[in-house]
Design a protein around this ligand. Structure first.
Ligand SMILES: Nc1ncnc2c1ncn2[C@@H]1O[C@H](COP(=O)(O)OP(=O)(O)OP(=O)(O)O)[C@@H](O)[C@H]1O
Length: 334
């Protein structure tokens, strides 16, 4: 069942005043528009002049390592932190002046779960809906619908504390949907979850995406970005270093396949020297060498053909991790 009952306005109906606080938005206007957006903390610049446009119904990601500036950006979009510089418009409105109106139309899933441990699973949703002025009877029906959507109906009356991390995260996602938001913000939605719990969260988010909900998420997981994002920006040191769909980024900045080579105790720099000329590019990491090639099996054979005997060889497809390494010379680490 769709957790979104409110009919989406047809594009030609979106030209009038938006929300209680007003703000005219053209039909094809971006849901989020940032130009030269800056966030400083004292002398430190966490977000250093980024340009972003997120379209209606798009699933958009901010990808980058810890400290890249993703959360700082999300907090500005979520109107909990004011930009230090640049232009930011959310749903056509200015967060500096219309934060309350914007927040009413956002669903926010923060990095740390902030559920009320005193309340039951269902009451967490009902009490949150009440913040938006939703009548209790409607809020209860909405809570039931959302619990079904995040597959927690059977836990409706339990307390929050005994829930697993994955269940808590799904409940937080449900909570973010109580006000039928126009944009759902998800800050690292699966950090700290085990693989099975992550897949369940992804599956629910994918369902939302299919329903045309605009999703904006941050992640440092490549697979998450590849699974969920139509388009993403790669951030590093407060700046955007690349922007496109995951597939287009991989095609632009990497090769089709990669051979991961391990050589036990041997010097990887020496080994890399012996691999010169193989593949299109070589990266030496602390524990392995990455050999970028169109055909990984062929490249792996060429390695043994040179008389080299790796202790481990893995041929895999290129990922966004390879893109990030190519762009920054560093790997994304937790
Ligand atoms: N309130 C603050 N005061 C001072 N510095 C801050 C503050 N918030 C964030 N920073 C700094 O800004 C930089 C960017 O932080 P931010 O949380 O936006 O990064 P991130 O990409 O979201 O990383 P993470 O994955 O760890 O959340 C970091 O160096 C961080 O220490």
């Amino acid at each position: 069942m769709s957790p979104f009952r409110r009919p989406r306005p047809a594009p030609d109906q979106v030209t009038g005043p938006v929300g209680a606080t007003g703000g005219a938005q053209a039909p094809d206007a971006p849901m989020i528009h940032a130009r030269g957006l800056v966030k400083r903390f004292g002398d430190f610049t966490a977000v250093n002049g980024i340009d972003v446009d997120v379209a209606r119904g798009e699933s958009f990601g901010f990808l980058g390592p810890n400290g890249a500036g993703k959360s700082s950006t999300m907090r500005m979009i979520g109107c909990v932190s004011q930009p230090t510089g640049g232009v930011l418009r959310i749903l056509g409105m200015d967060p500096r002046r219309q934060g309350t109106g914007i927040r009413a139309r956002l669903g926010v899933c923060p990095q740390q779960d902030s559920l009320d441990p005193e309340l039951s699973v269902k009451e967490n949703l009902v009490s949150y809906a009440r913040f938006f002025g939703i009548p209790r009877r409607v809020a209860k029906a909405k809570a039931d619908e959302l619990l079904e959507f995040v597959q927690l109906t059977e836990r409706a009356d339990s307390k929050v504390e005994p829930l697993s991390g994955g269940m808590k995260r799904r409940l937080t996602i449900a909570r973010a949907l109580v006000n039928d938001p126009d944009i759902v913000l998800l800050d690292e939605p699966t950090t700290g979850l085990d693989p099975q719990a992550r897949h369940l969260v992804w599956e629910r988010l994918f369902r939302l995406k299919q329903q045309g909900v605009t999703l904006v998420l941050t992640t440092h997981y490549m697979d998450e970005a590849e699974q969920l994002c139509d388009r993403l920006v790669v951030m590093d040191g407060g700046k955007i270093v690349a922007e496109d769909s995951p597939r287009a980024l991989i095609e632009r900045y990497s090769t089709r396949e990669v051979v991961e080579l391990r050589f036990g105790a041997a010097s990887l720099e020496d080994m890399a020297g012996k691999l010169a000329g193989l593949g299109e590019r070589i990266e030496v990491l602390p524990d392995r060498i990455l050999l970028y090639a169109f055909d990984g099996d062929e490249a792996a054979e060429a390695v043994t053909g040179r008389g080299l005997t790796p202790s481990g060889t893995l041929v895999r497809r290129s990922t966004l991790e390879d893109v990030f390494l190519h762009l920054t010379g560093r790997t994304l680490v937790d």
